[in-house]
Design a protein around this ligand. Structure first.
Ligand code: NOJ
Length: 747
C-alpha cells in the first residue's frame, strides 16, 4: 500500500472509531447529535444542508455534477433526491460511507400519490372524505417507497387551492381548511406510520409553506398577496395540522407572499413554524428556490440569497448550491452566526438518527424486501378501494346508473377508453429497473366486469385535443348498435400539475362535439370525465344524462370505474372544491362573505354583488356528490340552545337510507356566526361524518360543538369566540342544507 493511501485509511478508521465511541457513550438522540456535531468541520456542516438531484427527473434547472462522488465522499452532500431503487440508493450510500464521518445520506422523492402502485391524485382522494382510506393510501405508498431505498417523501402538499386554473390544485385537498386539515393529518400519519425508524416509514414533508396555492391569476409560481387574517384562518391550518401529526419536515415555497419570498421569510419559518408552533423537524427549500430569490429581486446574488434563507430558517438547500457556495464565507465574514448552521445541522442529523440510518445506513436497501413490497398483492386491492371512493357521481337522470350487467351491447367510446398511463395522473413515479407499467385501463376494467354474453364495442371518436372530427362517423355507428354508450373524455394527464396552469379549463378539443353527435343517436349516454382539476363542461353537464367525474384514479382506474358503473360500488364521493360555471367566476368558493349587497339569487342583479352576464352560482358546489340511493335527514337535536364558553353542545341527527341500494353518505356540519366584530363566512364546514347504511337502515350521527369550532381570528389576530347567535346547518353539500337550527354563545 502506498504511504498516502495508508495515511488516508488510518485517518478514516480513526475518525470513524471516534464517531462510534462517541455514539456508544450517548443515550438520547439529542446527545448523539451533539457528539457528531462536535466532530464536524464547517464544510461538513454546510454539506449536511445541501441536497442534490440524482441527475434526472428535474422539475427545474439542474446542475449536472461530474464530481458528485467526490462531493459525497468529502461530506459535502446531506441528501439526494430522485434517486430510487435499492441498487442505486445503496450505491450512493456506499459512497457516503467513504466520507470521513460516515454520515448517511437521506433519499427524498416525490411520492405524491403512490410509488409503484399508483393511487388516485390527491384531489381525487380528497373527494372520498374518507380519512382511513386516505391514510391507507399514504401507508401503502410509504411501504413501497421505503422498500425501494426512499426514506423521505415530498408530500403531502397541503396548500389550500381555490383556483382551478392553477395546475397544482390536483395535488392538494381542495378549498376548505377544515377538510384539508383532517386530510393533511391523515396523510402525514400514513406516510410516517407508527414512528420514524420503522423500516416501512418515510419522513413526510408538509409543503409548500406557505400560501403557494393562492398564486395571483392561478399562474404557477406567481406572487401571493394576502391578508394576515386569510393566511391564518384559511391557508395555515392544514400546515398546523401537519405539525400536530408530528410531520418530520416542511418545504417552503416558490412564491413571494406580500413581497417576501417564502424561502427567505423569517416570519413564516422562524416566528410561526419553529417559534409559535415549536416545529422540531427541518425545512427544505423548494427546487432552486434559494437562488431564485435573485429573480424575485429581494437579494443581489447567491451570497445574499444564502444569508436570507438561513436567517429565515430554511435548513436545507434543494439544488440551488447557494449554501455550498456561500455559507462558509458568510460565517467567516461574521454575517451568519455558526449557531444558525449548527441548529440546521442538528435538525437534519436528528432525523437521520430517528430514521435509524446511523445504526444501519442500508436499512432501506434490501432488494428482497423491495421485490416483495413492490409486488405485494394487497396494494392493488387498497388502490382499487380508494379509487372507487374517489369517483364523484355528478348526474344520474332517470337512474341510468348503475348499468345492468345483462345489458346486451355497450359502446365504449372516447380517447381515454384504452389509455393506460393517462390514468396515473401527473405525479406518477417511474421506478428505474422496476416494471411500473401495471395500470388497468378503462377498457380492461370493463371487460373484467362483464360476462362474455355482453357485446362490448369500441370507437376512439377523436383525440383529447385538436379539431379532427374524422372519427365521429365511426363512433356514431358504433353507438347506434348499442343499448347504452359510455363516453370517456377529459384532459391529458400532463395538462394539470406543476407548471401546468391554464386560462382555458374547458374540456379540450372536439370532445364535447363528439358527445353532441352521440346524443343525436338518442342512446342513453354515461360520460366519464377524466381530469386533474375542476373543468368547465356546461354542455356535458346540461345534456348528458349521467356523469361520473373520475379524475385520475391510478393503477386500478379501470376496475374502480367498472365497479361504480355496474353498482358493485355505490358512489359516495363529494367535491372538496367548487366547480365553477365559468372561468369568469374564479376564484369561487363556498365560504365567502355575505357582502353589504348580497345577490340573493340570479334575478337579483340590481346593484348587488353579482355579474351582469353570469350566474352567481357555481356549476357544482363544494360538498356535492350523488349516490345511487337517497338519504333522508331528520330529527336534528341539540343538547342546549345556550352555550357558555367552557361548555359544549351535543348535536345529533338521524340519517336514513331511503333508496334501494346500500350506500355511504357524507353528512356535513356547517356553522354561520351571524354577527361578528369582523364579517364571517356565510357558512363554514366544521365537521363531517361518513356513514354507511344498508337500504332502509337509519343511524343517529353525533357531533360536538365546542368553543374551538366557534372561534376565528379577530382584527387583532386573536383567536376568539364572540358571544352571539350562530346558525347550525346540516347538509348533504354546502348548498343542499337539509336541517337548520341556531344557538347562542353566552358570556
Ligand atoms: C418542485 C416542486 O414544487 C416540489 O413540490 C417538489 O417536491 C420538488 N420540485 C422536487 O421535485
Amino acid at each position: 500500500m502506498k504511504k498516502t493511501a495508508f495515511i488516508i485509511l488510518s485517518v478514516i478508521v480513526l475518525n470513524s472509531f471516534f464517531l462510534q465511541t462517541a455514539l456508544a457513550q450517548e443515550k438520547s438522540i439529542a446527545q448523539k447529535v451533539d457528539s457528531v456535531l462536535k466532530l464536524m468541520t464547517l464544510d461538513e456542516k454546510v454539506g449536511q444542508l445541501n441536497q442534490y438531484n440524482d441527475d434526472w427527473t428535474a422539475t427545474g434547472p439542474m446542475t449536472i455534477d461530474t464530481n458528485k462522488v467526490r462531493q459525497i465522499q468529502s461530506g459535502k452532500v446531506g441528501a439526494l433526491l430522485n434517486c430510487m431503487g435499492t441498487e442505486r440508493t445503496r450505491k450512493w450510500q456506499k459512497v457516503a460511507m467513504q466520507s470521513r464521518l460516515k454520515i448517511p445520506l437521506i433519499f427524498g422523492q416525490d411520492v405524491i400519490h403512490g410509488y409503484k402502485t399508483t393511487f388516485p391524485i390527491p384531489l381525487a382522494e380528497a373527494c372520498s372524505w374518507d380519512l382511513d382510506a386516505i391514510e391507507l393510501s399514504a401507508r401503502v405508498s410509504a411501504t413501497e417507497a421505503s422498500a425501494s431505498g426512499i426514506n423521505w417523501t415530498f408530500a403531502p402538499m397541503v396548500d389550500i387551492a381555490r383556483d382551478p386554473r392553477w395546475g397544482r390544485i390536483m395535488e392538494g385537498a381542495g378549498e376548505d381548511p377544515c377538510l384539508a386539515s383532517k386530510i393533511a393529518y391523515a396523510r402525514v400519519k400514513g406516510f410516517q406510520g407508527q414512528k420514524l425508524g420503522e423500516t416501512n416509514s418515510v419522513m413526510a414533508c408538509a409543503k409548500h409553506f406557505a400560501a403557494y396555492g393562492a398564486a395571483i391569476g392561478g399562474r404557477d409560481y406567481n406572487s401571493v398577496d394576502m391578508s394576515e387574517k386569510l393566511l391564518w384562518e384559511t391557508y395555515l391550518p392544514p400546515f398546523k395540522a401537519a405539525v400536530d401529526a408530528d410531520v418530520a419536515t416542511f418545504m417552503d415555497s416558490f412564491n413571494d407572499i406580500n413581497g417576501v419570498p417564502s424561502t427567505g421569510n423569517k416570519y413564516l419559518q422562524r416566528d410561526i413554524l419553529k417559534g409559535k408552533w415549536e416545529f422540531g423537524g427541518f425545512v427544505v427549500s423548494d427546487w432552486g428556490s434559494i437562488g431564485e430569490m435573485i429573480n424575485h429581486g429581494t437579494v443581489k446574488n447567491g451570497y445574499e440569497a444564502a444569508y436570507s434563507a438561513i436567517t429565515a430558517g430554511c435548513d436545507m438547500d434543494m439544488e440551488s448550491r447557494s449554501y455550498t457556495n456561500n455559507l462558509a464565507q458568510l460565517i467567516k465574514d461574521g454575517k451568519v452566526p455558526v449557531a444558525l448552521v449548527d441548529d440546521a445541522v442538528k435538525r437534519i442529523l436528528t432525523k437521520k438518527f430517528e430514521l435509524g440510518l446511523f445504526d444501519d445506513p442500508f436499512r432501506f436497501c434490501d432488494p428482497e424486501r423491495e421485490q416483495r413490497e413492490l409486488n405485494n398483492p394487497d396494494h392493488p386491492v387498497a388502490a382499487r378501494d380508494v379509487a372507487r371512493k374517489s369517483i364523484v357521481l355528478l348526474k344520474n337522470q332517470n337512474h341510468l346508473l348503475p348499468l345492468s350487467k345483462n345489458t346486451r351491447t355497450i359502446a365504449f367510446i372516447g380517447p381515454l377508453v384504452k389509455a393506460v398511463n393517462q390514468n396515473k395522473g401527473f405525479w406518477d413515479v417511474d421506478v428505474p429497473g422496476i416494471d411500473s407499467s401495471y395500470v388497468v385501463s378503462q377498457w380492461d376494467g370493463l371487460q373484467h366486469k362483464i360476462s362474455n354474453k355482453v357485446k362490448l364495442l369500441y370507437a376512439k371518436g377523436c383525440s383529447i385535443d385538436g379539431d379532427n372530427k374524422d372519427g365521429f362517423t365511426e363512433a356514431v355507428n358504433v353507438a347506434k348498435q348499442a343499448d347504452v354508450v359510455i363516453l370517456s373524455i377529459g384532459e391529458r394527464r400532463d395538462m394539470t400539475g406543476e407548471a401546468k396552469s391554464r386560462s382555458n379549463i374547458n374540456i379540450p378539443g372536439v370532445q364535447e362535439d363528439l358527445l353532441k353527435a352521440l346524443l343525436a343517436t338518442g342512446k342513453p349516454i354515461v360520460v366519464l370525465i377524466n381530469a386533474g382539476r375542476p373543468l368547465v363542461f356546461n354542455y356535458t353537464a346540461d345534456n348528458a344524462p349521467a356523469i361520473l367525474y373520475t379524475w385520475w384514479l391510478g393503477s386500478e382506474a379501470g376496475n374502480a370505474i367498472a365497479d361504480v358503473l355496474f353498482g358493485d360500488y355505490n358512489p359516495s364521493a363529494k367535491l372538496p372544491v367548487t366547480f365553477p360555471l365559468s372561468v369568469g367566476q374564479i376564484p369561487i368558493y363556498y365560504a365567502h362573505f355575505n357582502t353589504g349587497r348580497p345577490a340573493l339569487n340570479d334575478n337579483n342583479r340590481f346593484y348587488t354583488s353579482s355579474y351582469n352576464d353570469l350566474s352567481i352560482y357555481p356549476k357544482f358546489e363544494f360538498g356535492y356528490g350523488l349516490s345511487y340511493t337517497t338519504f333522508q335527514y331528520s330529527n336534528l337535536q341539540m343538547s342546549k340552545k345556550k352555550m357558555y364558553s367552557n361548555d359544549q353542545i351535543k348535536v345529533s341527527v338521524t340519517i336514513t337510507n331511503t333508496g334501494k341500494y346500500d350506500g355511504e353518505e357524507i353528512v356535513q356540519l356547517y356553522l354561520h356566526d351571524v354577527v361578528g366584530s369582523v364579517a364571517r363566512p356565510v357558512e363554514e364546514l366544521k365537521d363531517f361524518r361518513k356513514v354507511k347504511l344498508a337500504a332502509g337502515q337509519s343511524e343517529t350521527i353525533k357531533f360536538i360543538i365546542d368553543l374551538e369550532k366557534l372561534s376565528f381570528y379577530n382584527q387583532q389576530l386573536q383567536w376568539v369566540a364572540e358571544p352571539g347567535k350562530f346558525d347550525l346547518l346540516i347538509g348533504a353539500s354546502s348548498r343542499d342544507i337539509r336541517l337548520k337550527d341556531s344557538f347562542e354563545l353566552v358570556e
